[in-house]
Design a protein around this ligand. Sequence first.
Ligand code: SME
Length: 161
Amino acid sequence: MMEETAAIKNKKEKYRSLLTQISSLIEDEADLIANLSNIAAALKYGMGYSWVGFYFVKESGLVLGPFQGPVACTRIPFDKGVCGACYSQKETIIVPDVNKFPGHIACSSETRSEIVVPVFKNGEVTLILDIDSDKLDNFDEVDKNYLVQLRVIIENNINFV
Ligand code: SME
């Protein structure tokens, strides 16, 4: 088995501690906006990402929710961008280089890579977690694994309206 690098171990430790922190932050609080706001802040500052936020699935398309980072696109059509692809495919999408993703929506010129995770209610995508990095190729299966665990925490602990 290949030995884990110090960087991977460090990333896993950060995610583990963040997931514990997030679980305790939201376990006694039922307010969706408050919880998503704290999750975005914990992830952005805990992992050093450039932008972390949520898009709500509404009838008209995806609409910006709680986030941390620079001003972002308020609305994204269902068939546009990485978030639209995540909504349609119902799957986590890792974009190692945003300039090579056809239709990527650039909210910030500093974004180089991105990971987008769908959150479900009754089998339907109801929320999208979008994370941007100013580093190229900054997301991998380790991020996906822990962010899917976060998704389950959100699905189990937060009452969607
Ligand atoms: N890049 C996203 C748009 C949202 S911002 O990154 C915050 C996309 O292509 O869907």
